[in-house]
Each structure stands twice: as C-alpha cells, then as structure tokens.
Design a protein around this ligand. Structure first.
Ligand SMILES: Cc1ncc(COP(=O)(O)O)c(C=O)c1O
Length: 380
C-alpha cells in the first residue's frame, strides 16, 4: 500500500462533532462550534483572539490587508514593503504580492532553517536608508519549527514594525524561552497534509482585537452592522464553515498526541539512519519544541553522490511519497524580480533536503521499510 508524505489522520470523533453541527442547524459559516474552535485556538496559542477561515492563505491575506488599511497611507508614492522568508511555500507571500506589496526575501540560517535575523537586520537597515517604511516582517515557521521570534522582535519592535508570522506548518510547536514576544498576528493552516486537518481551513490569531474584528468583517464580504446590506469597503468570502469547525475541533482534541507521534517518528528515522555518512536532519532550534511536522533528511553533497531527487525517485518506485524541500522563493521564475538577501543557505538546503513520510499513523513497520530502502540506496 502506498505510503503518503503526510496524510490526514482521523481522531475518530469527527462524526460526533459533525452530528453536533448538524443538530445545531447551522449549515453555514456561523454556529456554536465555530465559536468554540476560535476560543480553543486562542487559548491554545496564547493569543487573545482567533478567527477561523477557509484556508491559511486567506488568513495571510486578511492579515496583510488589515496592515495595509491601517498602516499604509492611501496615495503613498511607493508600495508597502514586506520582508519575508525565502525558504517557504509561495502561499506565504502570494497574498502580499497580489495586494500590490513589494516583497523582499530573506534567506534562512543554518541552525534552524528559519529566517536569518542577521540578514533581516541588513534588509531593515537598507529600507531605512531608502526611507522606506516596512509594512510587516513575515517569517515562516518551517516544517513545524518556530522562527527566532525573540531576535526578530528585537529588530522590529524599536521601529514599530509588525510581525505577521506564517505558522501554517507549526501548529502545536511551542517556544521554550520564557515569555516569548507575540507577533502582531500569526496564521495556521488546517489543510489536508497538516498535523491536524479539517480537510481545509485556516486560523488567524492575534492579541489585537481590532485586527481580528476587521479581519472577521472582511471575511464576510465586509458587511456593515446594519439590517440591510451596506458596504463601506470591499471584503471576501473567507469564513470557515460550521461543519468544518466540527472536524477541526475533533482534530484539535488529539493535537498533543499528534505532536508526540510526529516527534517519535523523527526519532525513529534518526536512530535508524544517523550513522550513514553524509546524512543529517533538520536541526531543532533551542528556542522551541518543534512538532517535526515533517522529518527532513539532508544529504551532504560533499559526502554522498546520491541526490535528494535520486532518493525521491527510488522511494517513489516503491510507492512511497517523499518531497523535495521548498524551492526557495528567490529561485521561483515568477518571483525572479524580487530583491533578496541570501548567503546561499536555503539554496543548499533545497539542493540537499528531502521530506520523508511523517504522517502520525505511520507504523514501525513502515519506518523500517522506508529506512531500509534509504540505507540500501545510499550505501549501495
Ligand atoms: C508555509 C505555508 N504557508 C501558507 C500555507 C497555506 O495554507 P493553506 O493551504 O491552508 O492555504 C501553507 C500550506 O500549504 C504553508 O505550508
């Protein structure tokens, strides 16, 4: 049977929650389970407010839109400037670009694979020298690993620059430093390959009540709070459906278990493969307890002639899905004109990295089989 990269893993209680949603008669993007989901996500993430949406991309879109509306004067001669991680999925920055922002890309650092604060400080200094206000810094929490929010906050706070954190891949990961500063807003994804899923879905969280209230209004076509249909600004249809909120709640009940399972899978890979020359894994940064949403293998090109693409094809021939690390955004043809700050780290990680099957229902036998195939391929 095919082994997928990160398939959905049912909690077993989804049907009960769906029945509750049906019983409540709210077959709509409103209802008590949506309120419950938002409350529980806020509690869980430590933010005061949460908003449930159709996707993580929608959450990013609304976050950026609010910042533009509140921080970027109309008729300002230059587009809003966003500084974002280059080692990420294109959804991190597509909404900002679609909203007319200029995005500048920042490389990852070797020790965490997340946004490099040193390069960020260069980018911020350059923006200041150009007298360009920065709308937001947008770090990506990669593969279940938190960004260095302490360092990023230290650079942004003195200049009042908001941080919009793309934590789509990091729901369940926690900072281990005491009282880490909160970003202005953070987003999570509940799409089908995430650590928990509602088949689709996204969450926007923030301590800023105005931001969440505005995003909530925008997510429902920006209808004004009057009896008839009145619109003073343009919105979107982005609210999560009540039925999916039920599925999300069932999944949220098992999030801690899923984190434990994914971390155990990572450990299983590490124990079986660590001794092989040239093999290493994505490091866990000291400021967090990562979820290991995906276990990422790295093949040192100086020690091994086997490339991640060779290995991916080898596993594919055995009906096992693996996936190359994100191709850095600065290498994407559609983004070739963006300014970037890089020292080649994400280029190397892309050239050497492979995401291995990490679904929380993966069995010991699956792990044995996958690791056996990797060993066989690399060691000949
Ligand atoms: C880093 C990152 N950002 C944004 C997204 C977008 O989330 P969604 O698929 O829920 O729109 C994803 C998920 O695919 C992601 O991995």
């Amino acid at each position: 049977m095919r082994i997928f990269l990160s398939p959905p893993h049912l909690a077993g209680t989804e049907a009960e929650y769906l029945q509750k949603a049906l019983d409540s008669k709210y077959i709509a993007p409103a209802g008590p389970l949506l309120d419950q989901l938002e409350q529980r996500i806020a509690e869980r993430s430590g933010f005061r407010h949460a908003l449930a949406l159709q996707s993580g991309t929608a959450a990013l879109h609304l976050g950026i839109r609010h910042l533009i509306d509140t921080r970027h004067p109309v008729n300002y001669p230059q587009p809003p400037l966003v500084l974002a991680s280059s080692l990420s999925f294109i959804a991190s920055i597509a909404p900002a670009l679609q909203m007319g922002c200029e995005v500048r890309l920042i490389d990852a650092e070797e020790d965490s694979w997340t946004l490099d604060p040193v390069l960020l400080s260069h980018a911020l200094a350059e923006a200041r020298a150009e007298e360009r206000p920065v709308l937001a810094v947008l770090p990506t929490d990669l593969y279940g690993q938190r960004s260095d929010i302490q360092a990023i906050h230290g650079l942004c706070a003195p200049h009042g620059i908001p941080i919009l954190c793309d934590a789509a891949e990091a729901l369940g990961a926690v900072h281990t430093v005491d009282h880490p500063p909160h970003p202005r807003a953070e987003i999570y994804s509940l799409n089908g390959n995430k650590i928990i899923t509602a088949s689709a879905g996204g969450l926007l969280v923030s301590d800023d009540g105005e931001l969440i209230a505005h995003a909530r209004k925008l997510s429902m076509q920006a209808r004004e709070p009057v009896a008839h249909y009145e619109h003073c600004e343009l919105g979107y249809n982005y609210r999560m459906s009540h039925l999916l909120a039920g599925v999300a709640l069932a999944q949220l009940d098992v999030l801690d278990d899923r984190v434990m399972k994914r971390r155990a899978i990572f450990q299983g890979y590490q124990e079986r493969l660590n001794g092989i020359p040239g093999i290493s894994f994505m490091p866990e940064a000291p400021w967090n307890r990562a979820t290991r949403w995906l276990t990422v293998l790295r093949l040192d090109s100086r020690e091994s002639t086997c490339t991640p693409e060779d290995l991916r094809l080898h596993l594919e021939r055995h009906d096992i899905e693996s996936r190359r690390v994100w191709k850095p955004l600065h290498q994407q043809p559609v983004l070739r004109n963006l300014r970037m700050y890089t020292q080649g780290v994400s280029d190397r990680i892309y050239a050497e990295g492979l995401c291995l099957p990490s679904g929380s229902a993966l069995t010991e036998a699956d792990l044995e089989r996958i690791c056996g195939l990797i060993q066989e391929w690399i060691c000949g």
